[in-house]
Design a protein around this ligand. Sequence first.
Ligand code: NAP
Length: 456
Amino acid sequence: MAIATINPATGETLKTFDAFSADEIERRLRRAVDAFVVNRRRSFADRAQRMKRAGELLEARKSEYGRVMTLEMGKPVKAAVAEVEKCARVCAYYAENAERFLADEHVQTDAQESFIRYQPLGPVLAVMPWNFPFWQVFRFVAPALMAGNVGLLKHASNVPQSALAIEEVMRDAGYDQGEMQTLLIGAELVSKILQDERVKAATLTGSEPAGASVASTAAKVIKKSVLELGGSDPFVVMPSADLEEAVTIAVKARVVNNGQSCIAAKRFIVHESIAGEFETRFVRAMESLKVGDPLDESTDLGPLAMPQIVEDLDEQVRASVAAGARLLTGGHRLGERGNFYAPTVLADIPESAPAYAQETFGPVASLFRVKDADDAIRLANATLFGLGASVWTRDRKEADRFIDRIESGQVFVNAMVASDPRVPFGGVKHSGFGRELGVHGIREFVNIKTIWIAKM
Ligand code: NAP
């Protein structure tokens, strides 16, 4: 895949980049090793001062960086600016809390003294997707660097300017020894770099095939890996829910990031007593979305990031209709140029249809009717994925059943699923393993070292 910025709203190639040469990659690997020596010796206060500065710079440059993202992958510019703000928050969060999260933990044993110490591992390779070009990276970078590690970023090939901007902001914040370097390389080099002795671990956010490839290489060379993969999140609505709010948030949860979010709600599982009303309101709300130029602040839905995504999505919709699904609205491309797709709603979806349980990466919603909570839980779990789930009910006991029985990394009740620096984020089943964010995220890439002092 070419390393280039191609505006998804117009199809115009804005900038192309040469992939790094073998010599340049080698230089950066050496630099990462040297930077690790520096960063691991820094005090938490020193690291925090730099990380806090990174947050301030992000805040100051949010319009500029937001525009870069919109031009590279098409998200509405308002959301892009909000994404940079969120990155600033994660920097501030780990600047403030890392020392506490990684402080020695004393444990009562037979020894005179015993405790756990958390120590950094070294250079970590981060393979990242284009859908949240800044956020995906910062939720790795902030905890990793605060723990004393250093990062090597292999970003998606369609967001090179975002990748370079991230390197720039960390350098400007005082991480100027190469603590966070971008590698402009294609996916084919990931395995080779991960096998290099100097790279100590890997994290990948992206698709299942890419995750499987990185995890198997990591396993082969006995290195730690964290995977954040896809999702087909259920959005369950029960009779006691506030229907109006549920519909409003359902639409938002489906079309967030032009529908290209791992935790976007994809399957809407509604109790049969309210399903008709939900369907009518949901379709109306999807049809009233403003689709268009992502640089226009009033746009709700921009283009999909790449032509291939439109192809794949359209194929999923067609195959679902061919299998017997009912098309309530949409189901076609929009406009003469750019990667636009109409907000689409499918209902009565048979098990054999792609929209039943696969991930649909775009503005396509699958509606289901269920007769009770057990039926809803069965359907919610009828997918290989297990990332997030949103449940709408005002019955606390009923909510507890969903919380207990839905197979996912997070369950949100009466809210859409979202990531937040303070709580762990990740999935089960084919959605991956390991966690980012919160205290758990910063402890993924550390040596959890047991110290046992029998006597002195
Ligand atoms: P992708 O094709 O897997 O790409 C992600 C990254 O992996 C890119 O940097 C890509 O590089 C690289 N890559 C691709 N194939 C690889 C391979 N065989 N070995 C090593 N690296 C490889 O995924 P995407 O289409 O960009 O992203 C969409 C997917 O990411 C969706 O499934 C979405 O749900 C998931 N996602 C998950 C989360 C989460 O937190 N769980 C968050 C966001 C997105 P190139 O660009 O050079 O190919």
